[in-house]
Design a protein around this ligand. Structure first.
Ligand code: SF4
Length: 219
């Protein structure tokens, strides 16, 4: 995919959804951090159900410490791996209070030093809570980037680095959400919805499968 095509790709995603955002419910950086930690191997819908129980009772590091490990586990018990996630969240709350005055830090290294927080989670927090133009590559973005030819790579770090290099600056802030939503609802792992896909004629996979249609659809 060349630069002009990449630009068209994002122009179309933007036209369809000018202000994309996460489907996780949150109102503070700390709530987002907890929701993202809970979202590993869980659906956003499932996380939202659990945080709808948890956040009205405890939505700060101190309030979660006051709730205790048992109380936290009870609130999030519907989510997979809830035991390990609860332990990580409790440790994270302690660290946030000890090292960051109870606030979520805005630096990647400080975020990645928190239990249960890896590069992908740090990218989500930096992007969605703090407005940094980072791109967290999850399974959806990895698939879309490779299938379309937008930013091919053998692993998530390779794809992330390539996306940061090739996504035009004006789209970088929202690229993460456009690509996740596109992968979740259109370019799905099984049975992607190519015939109704808004970027089909720009997509390497579709062009390879239907070269004549790609040519006639390209302006
Ligand atoms: S044309 Fe198909 S493979 Fe290409 S981006 Fe659209 S849904 Fe995905």
């Amino acid at each position: 995919m060349n630069n002009d095509t990449r630009r068209q790709f994002f122009e179309r995603l933007r036209a369809a959804n000018p202000a994309p955002t996460t489907e996780l419910h949150f109102s503070t950086p700390f709530e987002l951090l907890v929701a993202v930690v809970l979202s590993a191997q869980a659906t956003d819908k499932g996380v939202n159900k659990a945080t709808a129980r948890l956040f009205p009772v405890a939505n700060t590091p101190q309030a979660i410490l006051d709730l205790g490990l048992g109380g936290l586990k009870e609130a999030i018990r519907t989510i997979g791996l809830y035991n390990a996630k609860a332990e990580n969240i409790i440790k994270t709350c302690r660290l946030l209070i000890e090292r960051h005055g109870g606030e979520v830090p805005r630096e990647r290294a400080a975020l990645e030093a928190l239990p249960g927080v890896g590069r992908k989670t740090a990218n989500v927090i930096l992007n969605t809570a703090f407005g940094e133009p980072t791109i967290a590559v999850d399974t959806h973005i990895f698939r879309v980037s490779n299938r379309t030819g937008l930013a091919p790579g053998k692993n998530v770090l390779e794809v992330e680095k390539r996306l940061l290099k090739v996504v035009p600056r004006e789209f970088r802030q929202d690229a993460h959400h456009w690509l996740i939503l596109h992968g979740r609802y259109v370019c799905t792992a099984r049975s992607p919805k190519c015939p109704s896909c808004t970027v089909a004629d720009l997509c390497d996979s579709w062009r390879r499968a239907s070269p004549h249609r790609a040519r006639s659809a390209t302006p």
